[in-house]
Design a protein around this ligand. Structure first.
Ligand code: PLP
Length: 423
């Protein structure tokens, strides 16, 4: 469910005609619906109300400050993976006891900063990392909460690049090693080992892999308990899939019904780290058709957005619906098979291949749906392209939440050494 709908053949975001935003701010442009964002967060909160988990929005999915602030204001915590994401979390006033920190490669500086800010806990992914956190905590004379990220070795049935809970992936620690860590907890004098974490992958549309992974962890928690090892937190990660095309993902309610019995059994405080589920369908990428190019074999719709703006199709072959901003009366129902491609010098720079789309002409506008998660946050300046503007709609109000980058932004941090300038 989302608030991007046609009214009299014109695409609207909440109460605003998307063409009006485009006329004012140009393309390519990310457009977000505030109410869709909040609605998805509230759906999850409502579904899990029996156990009142801490819902930590996964900042990597979309790190725009306005969206983070909107969620934090509703009570969300944040799941971070870098010093930069910690900085963003602090910028929007996220209470630090609502911040959890994952990543297989936290640097010592990043660990120090997070300890100083008193985050809720680190999700630790290896023994060397655990030792490093202990060393830093000791130096800072602090006792630090740690949840061990378990790699439960389950198949999440998603794209291999976003599978994270198999033993062949770089993430987490196997059960046997984790047990050893807990039984040797005294080696880590400045760490309070009081949680477990799992995150098995992203865009998972069925509940079964989650249930399988959580069931394994619950069994493990019971074993630890028998050995007199008592935990405080269980972080079940994110990964809930959304509708991009014809998927029928579990709803928040269905997901909760499946996993709540297991979670209640643990009697632990539960953390959830959704990203895509909250923001994926709250955003679209709007672009302009520059040219229609016919070749002997193909028809290409060349648009002004590229893989630098939205890399998911190029990276994972991900499918996104593409729709026109205006359903033309004369063109209604008239469709043709096209590739929708960007201007970048890579054959991977496409948004659709051999797709039946309503006929469009140069100058028309198209929207890529479901672009709110891993869209702007994965955008780059490849081909020296300025990253797009981001705009937030709240009912009939329009807010620029990130200015389009300028050419100056592109070169701001670059320096030409004096010898090249002949100085
Ligand atoms: N938690 C962790 C540790 C992650 O690595 C990710 C995404 O990769 C997430 C949460 C969010 O995943 P999703 O956006 O699929 O909910």
């Amino acid at each position: 469910m989302h608030e991007f709908k046609y009214i009299n053949n014109h695409l609207y975001c909440e109460k605003v005609r998307v063409e009006e935003v485009v006329k004012k701010y140009g393309t390519p442009l990310y457009l977000y619906s505030y109410h869709t964002l909040i609605d998805h967060y509230m759906k999850l909160k409502e579904a899990f109300k029996a156990i009142e988990p801490l819902i930590c929005f996964s900042v990597k999915a979309n790190s725009n400050l306005a969206l983070l602030k909107a969620l934090v204001d509703k009570g969300a915590g944040l799941d971070i993976v870098s010093g930069g994401e910690l900085f963003r979390a602090l910028c929007v006033g996220c209470p630090t006891e609502k911040i959890v920190y994952a990543s297989v490669g936290k640097t010592s500086v990043e660990i120090e900063e997070a300890i100083e800010k008193k985050i809720l806990f680190f999700n630790v992914e290896s023994i060397p990392e655990l030792e490093n956190i202990n060393r830093i905590a000791q130096r800072k004379k602090r006792l630090v909460n740690v949840a061990i990220r378990i790699n439960p070795d389950v198949e999440p049935k998603t794209h291999k690049f976003i599978t994270t809970g198999k033993l062949t992936n770089k993430f987490g620690i196997d059960f046997k090693t984790t047990e050893k860590i807990f039984t040797q907890a005294r080696n880590y004098s400045h760490i309070r080992l009081n949680g477990l974490h799992i995150h098995i992958g992203s865009q998972i549309t069925e509940s079964e892999p989650f249930v399988a992974a959580i069931a394994k962890v619950v069994k493990f928690i019971e074993k630890l308990r028998k050995d007199n090892i008592h935990l405080e937190y269980l972080n079940i990660g994110g990964g809930l899939g959304i509708i991009y095309d014809k998927e029928t993902p579990q709803t928040a309610q269905e997901f909760a019904e499946k996993v709540l019995p297991l979670l209640k059994k643990t009697q632990l405080k539960i953390i959830i780290e959704p990203g895509r589920f909250i923001v994926g369908n709250a955003g679209i990428l709007v672009m302009k058709v520059l040219y229609i190019k016919k070749t002997p074999l193909k028809k290409f719709v060349i648009v002004d957005a590229g893989m630098n703006d939205l890399i998911r199709p190029a990276l994972y072959g991900a499918y996104h619906n593409i729709v026109p901003l205006i359903l033309k009366k004369k063109g209604l129902g008239e469709r043709e098979k096209v590739d929708v491609v960007g201007p970048i010098c890579e054959s991977g720079d496409f948004f659709a291949k051999d797709r039946m789309l309503p006929k469009v002409e140069a100058g028309d506008y198209l929207a890529i749906m479901g672009a709110g998660a891993y869209g702007f946050s994965m955008a780059s300046n490849y081909n020296s392209r300025c990253r797009p503007q981001e705009v937030l709609i709240v009912k009939d109000r329009t807010f620029v939440i990130r200015k389009r980058e300028s050419y100056d932004d592109l070169i701001n941090n670059e320096r030409i050494p004096a010898f090249l300038l002949g100085i």
